[in-house]
Design a protein around this ligand. Structure first.
Ligand code: 3HC
Length: 318
């Protein structure tokens, strides 16, 4: 009598669970390809959160008021926390954080290309909060329904904080757009430089996506790259109009039949150049990450020593 289920039967039971909207938990059986795909996406999401702290950090000492500085500081702190939640979710898949960080620092793992663009003005801080966190919210609200339990639960907590990030960014853009002519021009310049790279955050077209088909089948992704991008494009048009700014996409048109905005094409050569290391700030972002990681060695060593001391004390008491 056969006692163990073979791989094919296990996969069928697994897919049935996915189809029945059951969450997959760390100790559940899962296909190795599902685990690897999840580890790739969650760890790269975490890398993006941590590297994403760098562009805005550039304006911590340049914020125009104490209030703006305090708000920006708390947003950047949130992003670090998002990275930690996501690294913890990734570690439940059996890979230690040190290996994930090594993959980032060696270039084997990616992070969102948007963070390789420089922040040149205060308007950029507003555009990042408004557009980059706005795009992240569209993506992450969908990911709250992802099939892997720890990732879904992390998303629910992260989305609550992202909403504040998006609002503070848009508030900066409103202040600039309703300010002097020079301030309005600053807001327009930031919109022009961050709009298209924000659309790239949703990934390549579904037809070009290496992972989407399986990610949708396993409900890692609940909506496709292009559907999420369209949602973001549609919501951004009235926000640009409210600011009284010019839309960077000259082909943006409402399509009554589609009930969506038709839009121009992303510069995929730029997208590929940036994700292949040739963006404005790729080298700078990684140098900073390596330096910060090196400088933080003593903290990791101290925590390891403290945990070992605690363990020995518990053994003595037992
Ligand atoms: N930047 C860098 N790499 C990107 C990218 C981008 N904008 N878009 C896609 N890629 C990479 C993918 O990682 C993949 O490369 P890989 O095989 O080496 O991992 C390749 O391009 C093909 O793309 P696919 O669409 O096939 O890959 P995915 O199915 O993983 O879809 C994704 C890409 C939509 C980014 C998906 O991974 C995802 O939803 N990730 C979770 C959300 C996330 O990571 N957001 C990043 C921003 S974090 C953030 O915004 C922080 C906020 O606080 C500001």
């Amino acid at each position: 009598m056969k006692t163990t289920l073979d791989e094919q039967e296990l996969e069928q039971i697994f897919q049935q669970r996915i189809d029945n909207e059951q969450k997959i938990e760390p100790k559940d059986w899962m296909p190795e390809a599902y685990r690897k795909n999840l580890l790739r996406q969650i760890s790269q999401h975490a890398h993006s959160e941590v590297i994403g702290m760098q562009p805005e950090r550039n304006f911590l000492t340049r914020a125009p008021s104490l209030r703006r500085k305090a708000v920006l500081l708390s947003k950047i702190q949130d992003e670090g926390g998002h990275g930690l939640y996501l690294y913890s979710a990734a570690e439940t898949l059996g890979t230690p954080r040190s290996e994930l960080i090594e993959a980032l620092q060696s270039g084997a793992a990616k992070y969102a290309s948007i963070f390789n663009y420089p922040t040149q003005t205060w308007g950029d801080v507003g555009a990042i909060g408004w557009l980059v966190d706005g795009a992240a919210i569209v993506n992450q609200v969908s990911l709250q329904r992802t099939s892997y339990g720890p990732y879904a639960r992390g998303m629910i907590r992260i989305c609550k904080e992202e909403s504040f990030h998006q609002r503070q960014g848009y508030e900066i853009m409103i202040a600039l757009a309703q300010g002097s002519e020079a301030q309005k021009q600053m807001a327009q310049d930031s919109l022009n430089r961050f709009y298209w790279p924000s659309l790239m955050m949703f990934g390549p077209h579904d037809s070009e996506s290496a992972h989407s088909a399986r990610s949708m089948k396993w409900k890692i992704k609940r909506e496709t790259n292009d559907d999420l991008r369209q949602k973001f494009i549609d919501q951004t048009v009235p926000q640009i109009m409210f600011l009284g700014l010019e839309h960077p996409d000259k082909e943006i048109r409402w399509n009554e039949q589609r009930q969506h905005y038709d839009h121009g094409e992303i510069d995929w050569d730029e997208f590929n150049a940036v994700i292949n290391g040739n963006g404005h700030c790729n080298r700078q972002r990684m140098e900073h990450h390596l330096r910060a990681h090196e400088e933080g060695t003593w903290v990791r060593d101290a925590m390891t020593a403290y945990k070992e001391k605690q363990r020995k004390r518990e053994v003595q008491v037992a």
